[in-house]
Design a binder for this molecule. Sequence first.
Ligand code: ZN
Ligand code: ZN
Length: 314
Amino acid sequence: MSERAYLIGWWIQSEDEEIYGPVSRKTLREFLRDEVISRNTLVRHCTEETWRPAADVPGLLEGVEISEAAPVTGDRLADMWPSRRAEQQELAATGIECVRHRRPAVLVCVRCHAPYCRKCQMKPYRRPYYLCRRCQANMHNRRVGAFMLDSLLLYICSLLLVGGSAAVSVATDALGEAPVVVMQVIYWGLTIVFIVRDSLFFGAGPAKRLVGLRVVKASDGHTPLGHGQAVVRYLPFLIPFVPIIEIVVAYRDPLMRRWGDRWAKTRVIDSPAKLARVRDKTGRQLADKGNEPMFSDESLAKQATVDPFARFAE
Ligand SMILES: [Zn+2]
Ligand SMILES: [Zn+2]
């Protein structure tokens, strides 16, 4: 594994299930040599979902002198992990620089593929997020914006239709209950369209399409959500105050799910075109600084994309 992405951004799970990191690949090797961790300690790269024993990471043990007597399982992370920020940073840093700051990069973002520093890391730091803070915020703002835009669209449509039908009923001098029934039909019809707007338009309602977002099934990470899932996603909006909580929930979740997404087993991700533009931009930023992209291998870059991210579970 000569990919630059794998030189940084490793999380370690201690035996008591605490998560430590991020650390560089070099630190992982030193930890193995110094028996801070063992061959069976679980590690995970920040762009991947699965934890695996350190020994299963290709090439990680190569050239590391591990004594015969070294324990095969267990770790001493609880004792050895430094409490000082600067020391933690030293364990994570290599020569790779953050794409946005003059600081050492410690993680790689699954979305923009940029190496990023602690300043760009989502908080709380101990929680392993997949996206850099900028990407997490960007996705989140576009989602909230898209929701507001769709709501506005719904409002305008209902005004037009209600106004139109009122004008018709006045013009034809319709009497009695008929106009009220028409209003009811319009109201419910529009509400239903609003609820299933994403599934109706193949994964992205008008506003989501505009901002380059789509809703997919978590089961495969690319099929647009179904009508049933759209209805389940909408359920939290029927509970008072929950919509406001949902805004925070989605932002704080490493997989960017709000409750509706958890219940419906859906994820909101970038459209392929939007994602390609984001990656291109990072590539240019890295090149401007005279740096190589984090992934040179096309297939490895694909593995660390948002399609698998959309399938990740907890
Ligand atoms: Zn990012
Ligand atoms: Zn940074």
